[in-house]
Design a protein. Structure first.
Ligand SMILES: [Fe+2]
Length: 441
């Protein structure tokens, strides 16, 4: 068995530096925005960005000061920034402090957090402090809200969002690697799903447990825009045979005929990512599709979507020695050099662009670019224990959500790994979501 990745440094100085880096990124993302843009609710699905900022700070205050000093409160912070007290669509009518006041609050809380951290004893017997867990939980929370803010920015009303800093994605002259739609076989057998890590993994990723899988085939790359355009051209959105009943009801009622942010101009497909609109790139993974659209494409292609167990097997399991990897490429921490992650490309890259982003069985791009829909509902693994509070996972267990895996270009490296489970409703497409297909042996 391979070792579970444990962050190499959990000393207070490193944690303080990581907190500083996370905050710098949050502030970089919002730097181009005016006060009205920060106050506005750009879409009913999304919070005003000022709410996200205040919520980030209050979550940090709860877990890194109050819960370290007093009795642990296993709840969200009460008040303005408690997501359970105020639905997203109602957050625009809250009396949110403006940016200057919000920044002061964020700085004050951070000051207390750093003062506390300077004298902390990362006591291995303390459930929150062991291996610095609670700090990594708060870091991941800020990273995840960065991705939420990017969803909001893609939906922004008025002038499109123009980033302050942008990395250009690799643009190979021609597609390297297997053709779109090519598949690889997973040989099946008993393997291990989930993790026992307690230094950064969330409660829903535990425990690491054996699962027996029959052999199956899975796409080497995520489904591309070019493949998806063939589905559209073949009338895929109008053919009920490709759709599940609930999918057909959704697509008919919503009148949807393309992935979100696509439009047809003079017979050609254009798509928009933030402030850039251009021809749909045929070799990029398709993005902003719902589970229902993914499912319909898979049927059209004579395939199906993978379960989350199949996805994790294909991303992490090396069948020959029978070992598990934390990332598709191994144990090296995720970075923008290994995969299209960490936000600053502001878009997808051609499939196969990152030659080291390959799993033991030969699947490319499982981390980064687009979250990948799976058929699995959010449910607990064997031995699940809610930790540190039920509102992270347990409250959401149920068949109404579908699991997504692998992170997107908008995911920060510290908030993704092979065992990470994301979820959303099957009709949602504000997320940076795509998919790859599977089929039976
Ligand atoms: Fe949150």
């Amino acid at each position: 068995m391979s070792l579970t990745a444990i962050p190499s440094q959990v000393d207070p100085g490193t944690l303080a530096a990581e907190l500083g880096e996370a905050r710098a990124r949050t502030l970089l993302l919002i730097a181009p925005l005016s006060d009205p843009d920060l106050h506005a609710q750009h879409d009913p699905l999304m919070s005003p960005i000022l709410w996200d900022l205040g919520h980030i700070a209050h979550f940090e205050e709860l877990w890194l000061t109050r819960n370290l000093d007093g009795p642990i409160e296993f709840v969200e912070m009460p008040g303005l920034y408690n997501p359970f007290e105020h639905s997203r669509s109602a957050r625009a009518s809250l009396a949110l402090p403006g940016l200057d006041e919000c920044r002061q609050i964020m700085d004050q809380i951070r000051g207390r957090v750093l003062a506390r951290l300077a004298t902390i004893d990362l006591d291995p017997a303390h459930p929150l402090l062991r291996d610095g867990y609670v700090y990594r939980m708060v870091l991941q929370h800020e990273y995840q809200h960065n991705e939420t803010i990017l969803q909001t920015l893609q939906l922004k009303r008025g002038e499109p969002y123009t980033p302050t800093v942008r990395y250009e994605v690799p643009r190979p002259d021609r597609h390297r690697g297997p053709a779109p739609g090519a598949m690889v076989r997973f040989p099946g057998g008993v393997l291990e799903i989930g993790t026992d890590d307690r230094s950064e993994a969330y409660d829903n990723e535990r425990s690491r447990h054996p699962v027996e899988l029959p052999p199956f085939w899975i796409d080497i790359n995520p489904v591309t825009n070019g493949e998806f355009a063939e589905f559209i051209a073949a009338g895929g959105y109008r053919e009920p045979a490709h759709w599940s009943q609930s999918g057909w009801e959704w697509v008919s009622k919503a009148g949807i005929t393309t992935p979100k942010h696509w439009e047809e101009v003079d017979g050609a497909w254009l798509s928009r990512s933030m402030d850039r609109t251009g021809p749909v790139e045929p070799l990029h993974p398709v993005c902003h599709v719902s589970y229902y659209e993914a499912e319909a494409f898979a049927r059209f292609a004579g395939k199906r979507l993978p379960t989350e167990i199949e996805w994790e097997a294909a991303a992490s399991w090396d069948p020959e020695p029978g070992t598990k990897r934390t990332f598709p490429w191994g144990e090296q921490p995720a970075s923008k050099d290994l995969a299209n992650i960490d936000q600053l490309t502001f878009g997808t890259a051609p499939v196969g662009s990152f030659s080291r982003n390959v799993s033991p069985i030969g699947c490319y791009g499982m981390i980064g670019d687009v979250w990948e829909w799976t058929t699995s509902p959010l449910s607990p693994y064997p031995g699940f224990e809610s930790f540190p509070y039920p509102e992270y996972s347990e409250l959401f267990f149920g068949p109404e959500y579908k699991i997504l895996r692998g992170g997107s270009w908008a995911t920060r490296p510290g908030a993704i790994r092979n065992t990470f489970r994301n979820w959303d409703y099957p009709f949602r497409r504000q997320i940076f979501s795509g998919f790859r297909c599977a089929r039976n042996d």
